[in-house]
Design a protein around this ligand. Structure first.
Ligand code: FE2
Ligand code: FE2
Length: 291
């Protein structure tokens, strides 16, 4: 039996990574645009989503009464800001290859900037809206941690010949998601901790992410200049790509939601910090950032 020792009290730090997209093909999982675009939806959601995390967490900073948590939140903010700008680089590369994603990005920005944005409230209302948004971020961060753990272990993508630069972006990001997977939950528990609010936030998050992911995939499949709309997009494709290991398996994600809904849930039960750190020590982009 392998016993994995998990490190404690990590200081979260942003890594200043750079990626060169010039040689990355549009269908970076060779011959499988359906699976490629199921993952590509993330590139369209993450920049606006993670910039929103950063704004909300900065707003929460003055309310934190625990130095250790404050340090974690600052580390989280630094990491998410680099994530957002790194995925933006992929979108520029899509644009150069004739895949114009701007119409979909406007929909994503509407969600994160208008629906979930600052409402100019004050006093108790401002606090309630802040806590509600943090509960949603904690639920989203459950998924980014689970997906981060998945991508670190998705050997099927290597076997399929997926582009190494894209895999490094996804695994560097996934590893940092695993590394900081407890922070949003800790912040929510520090400021509120209501079980009912956690349930409500998970229901909202599942609805929002399912809609955005399915719309995003249909959009990419329709707009991809190499496909001419021949294959209709949608999450039904996960029935093939999930079991094949090219995208997350729905049953794996479903089981993780059941764990989230337990009162005893801890984000540290999802994924492995030591595996994430091992990837970050070997990641070409993270190593170059250290030099
Ligand atoms: Fe992130
Ligand atoms: Fe995150």
């Amino acid at each position: 039996m392998t016993v994995r020792l998990e490190p404690e009290h990590l200081v979260l730090q942003a890594r200043d990574v750079r990626f060169d997209w010039a040689d990355v093909p549009l269908h970076w999982i060779p011959g499988d645009p359906v699976a490629t675009h199921l993952i590509n939806v993330l590139h369209m959601l993450l920049p606006a989503g993670e910039e929103w995390f950063v704004r909300v967490f900065k707003e929460a900073l003055p309310r934190i009464r625990d130095e250790r948590l404050r340090e974690d939140v600052l580390g989280f903010i630094g990491q998410e800001a680099v994530h957002a700008s790194s995925h933006d680089g992929v979108l520029d590369h899509f644009q150069e290859q004739g895949l114009d994603v701007r119409p979909f990005l406007r929909q994503v920005e509407f969600v994160f900037e208008d629906l979930l944005g600052d409402r100019g409230a004050t006093g108790d209302r401002a606090r309630a809206w802040l806590v509600e948004r943090i509960s949603i971020i904690a639920a989203i961060e459950h998924f980014t941690g689970v997906l981060g753990d998945w991508i670190l272990n998705a050997d099927a993508l290597d076997a399929a010949g997926a582009d190494p630069t894209m895999l490094d972006l996804l695994r560097w990001h996934g590893a940092e998601e695993v590394e900081h997977r407890h922070v949003a939950h800790d912040l929510f528990m520090h400021l509120d901790g209501s079980y009912a609010a956690r349930l409500r936030a998970m229901a909202q998050t599942i609805t929002m992410l399912t809609l955005l992911w399915s719309r995003g995939h249909r959009f990419l499949m329709a707009r991809d200049p190499l496909l001419n709309g021949r294959v209709r997009g949608g999450l039904h494709h996960l029935r093939r790509t999930g079991p094949a290991g090219l995208t997350p398996d729905r049953r794996m994600v479903g089981a993780s939601i059941v764990r989230y809904l337990k009162r005893s849930y801890s984000p540290l039960g999802e994924g492995s910090t030591s595996q994430a750190l091992a990837y970050l020590a070997a990641s070409p982009a993270a190593r170059a950032a250290r030099r």
